[in-house]
Ligand binder design. Structure first.
Ligand code: NAD
Length: 267
């Protein structure tokens, strides 16, 4: 998709990776709406980025809030052609059983239901127009689990699985899907949730964080070229290879000797 003049919504764009995406879309001449739970964050980024970008209050867990955001963008910019489901939260690194039920439910609501809500709000019109693109922010934790990050990993695996299925489902309608799998990137979230390291290790990690606008530029290229997987931190490849190898190595004989095979095939 060519992006000049296109209308893009970036959720959770009030900082970090979402702001980097918004900046990169504006660099390409797109008209960008930045939504965030924290309207002050969204306003500050819209002002910094410029290019006619607008800021909106948004709770991705709430379908009524999605409807209000949709109305507002259509009034100010026109129909949304690229939806970036980027808003997300994390919980501190800790054993899964110690996470409070309310915190676990909120994590699922923002990171998983938030993406579903975006699809439910915008995909019907994209289908009717026969065009559109979704960018869903997963994480390297959506490909590579990290100990004491089980709940967050669960949500990011969910985003990756949902998005990959959608890419097959929506291709016949002319709608592209991209999945962003960031590694450590500078943001309020990553500054807050560094894995239990000492002060020196935290300083070293901070220094290694990628700057969000570079992820944004990778996202822009993926939308332009309709690329499914966006890997911005290729240094994790050996760990990914080891994980995939272990899964492939588990493929021996079927558990039932006379099993005929029955994989659901794609259309
Ligand atoms: N920073 C990293 O290293 C990293 C790595 C992998 C994945 N991610 C993912 O990238 C995305 C962006 O995170 P970030 O690191 O830029 O953090 P961030 O905290 O800077 O940005 C997330 C934004 O989402 C907003 N938000 C939270 N709940 C919301 C809700 N209910 N409705 C709307 N907005 C809401 C927050 O106010 C915040 O501005 C998240 O999905 C995160 O899980 C980040």
């Amino acid at each position: 998709m060519q992006l000049e003049g296109k209308v893009v919504l970036v959720t959770g764009g009030g900082g970090g990776i979402g702001a980097g995406m918004a900046e990169a879309f504006v660099e390409r001449g797109a008209r960008v709406a930045i939504s965030d739970f924290n309207l002050d964050f969204a306003r500050a980024e819209a002002e910094r980025i410029g290019g006619g970008s607008i800021a909106l209050a948004h709770d991705v867990t709430d379908l009524a809030s999605w409807a209000a955001v949709k109305r507002e963008i259509e009034g100010q910019l026109g129909p949304v052609e690229v939806l970036c489901n980027n808003a997300g939260i994390a919980v501190p690194f800790m054993p899964l059983e110690e996470i409070a039920p309310e915190a676990f439910a909120r994590l699922l609501a923002v990171n998983v239901t938030g993406v579903y809500n975006g699809v439910r709000t915008f995909v019907p019109e994209m289908k009717a127009r026969g065009a559109g693109h979704l960018v869903n922010t997963s994480s390297l934790n959506g490909l590579l689990p990290y100990a004491t990050s089980a709940a967050y990993s669960a949500t990011k695996f969910a985003v990756a699985g949902m998005s990959e299925a959608l890419s097959i489902e929506l291709a016949p309608f002319g709608i592209g899907v991209s999945i962003l799998y960031p590694g450590l990137t500078r943001s309020r979230m990553s500054e807050r949730h560094l894995p239990g390291a000492d002060a020196a290790a935290m300083l070293a990690m901070r220094a290694r964080m990628m700057e969000p606008v570079w992820l944004g530029r990778a996202v822009v290229r993926a939308v332009e070229e309709n690329t499914l997987h966006i890997i911005t931190h290729p240094d994790h490849r050996p760990a990914l290879e080891a994980r995939f190898d272990a899964i492939l190595a588990a493929h021996g004989e079927p558990a039932q000797p006379d099993y005929a095979g029955g994989r659901l095939t794609q259309a």
